[in-house]
Design a protein. Structure first.
Length: 290
């Protein structure tokens, strides 16, 4: 898979200026709250069939396309069919009643398919509230004002923490996270809001934050240092409404859940909001200015 240079998600923000409302944004989310990993190994709750995190699968040209039936936001969804297997893993498991994201990457064509509130049908088709298709060789954003499989109108998969990248020693992208109260607004590269709150002191969708350079990470396990370094270099990006300071990743049986709990040592006050508006080349493109 080829990644375009200087895509916004893949642009370091450790030298970006601090946002003028950084203090207010942090106060809104909670300075005494702490980072939590919404990913891990096994299932939660115990005894359920709910993996911890948002699964991502890969398919090739042997996977047939199937019909997608929109049940809520079809007017803001990319038409099917999508190459989604009948047994594709669902966020929260097959019995879930939450976001039920389904994420599929066609590695041959370099295309990402994402569904929200997805339910399989017996004939191989799927019902979903909304869906989005991304050419991973392009910087094009979704139409202005459109949702995706995420509230911010952003792709989900590029913002997930993956075990293999942590094992490699580097994460080189912004990480998706959620907040309980977002602004009725969005900033580049987000395309959609999901709030009625008009306070300018509440973060909009797409807002980037970074772990302060002064936060000492030297005492943590090496794998956690990889994640914390990404927090400093690439930051975290507001992508959806949910629990405050909850960062997203993919489930993997190789995760050490006890080790991931070390992230809870990071308080909200250790973060700061940054302003990346000057990097925008075109409002309809995720390309970041050099």
């Amino acid at each position: 898979m080829h990644d375009p240079p200087r895509r916004q998600h893949h642009t370091r923000i450790d030298t970006a200026p601090i946002h003028g409302r950084s203090d207010q944004y942090i106060a809104s989310i909670g300075p005494t709250g702490f980072i939590r990993a919404d990913f891990g190994s096994g299932v939660w709750p115990p005894g359920s069939n709910s993996p911890i995190g948002i699964p991502v699968i890969e398919v090739d040209d042997t996977q047939p396309n199937v019909a997608i039936n929109w049940t809520a936001y079809g007017d803001e969804s990319d038409d099917g069919p999508y190459p989604v297997p009948a047994d594709a893993p669902i966020e929260g498991g097959p019995d879930a009643d939450g976001d039920r994201h389904v994420l599929v990457i066609d590695r041959i064509e370099c295309v990402l398919y994402e569904l929200y509130r997805a339910f399989p049908n017996g004939d191989g088709s799927w019902n979903a509230d909304s869906g989005a298709v991304y050419d991973l060789r392009s910087n094009d954003l979704r139409p202005d004002g459109w949702t995706s499989a995420d509230a911010a109108g952003l792709p989900i998969a590029p913002g997930l923490v993956m075990y293999d990248e942590v094992a490699s020693g580097r994460i080189e992208h912004a990480i998706r996270f959620t907040i309980s109260t977002s602004q009725k607004a969005y900033v580049w590269p987000a395309r959609h809001f999901a709030s009625s709150n008009t306070s300018l002191n509440v973060p909009p969708m797409g807002q980037r934050f970074r772990l302060k350079a002064s936060f000492d990470i030297s005492s943590y396990d090496p794998e956690i240092q990889v994640i914390m370094t990404a927090f400093k270099e690439y930051g975290i990006i507001v992508a959806d409404n949910g629990a405050d300071w909850m960062v997203s990743g993919a489930p993997d049986e190789r995760w050490d859940n006890d080790m991931l709990r070390q992230l809870r040592d990071i308080p909200g006050s250790a973060f700061e909001a940054v302003d990346v508006s000057s990097w925008m080349v075109n409002p309809s493109s995720g390309q970041a200015a050099p």
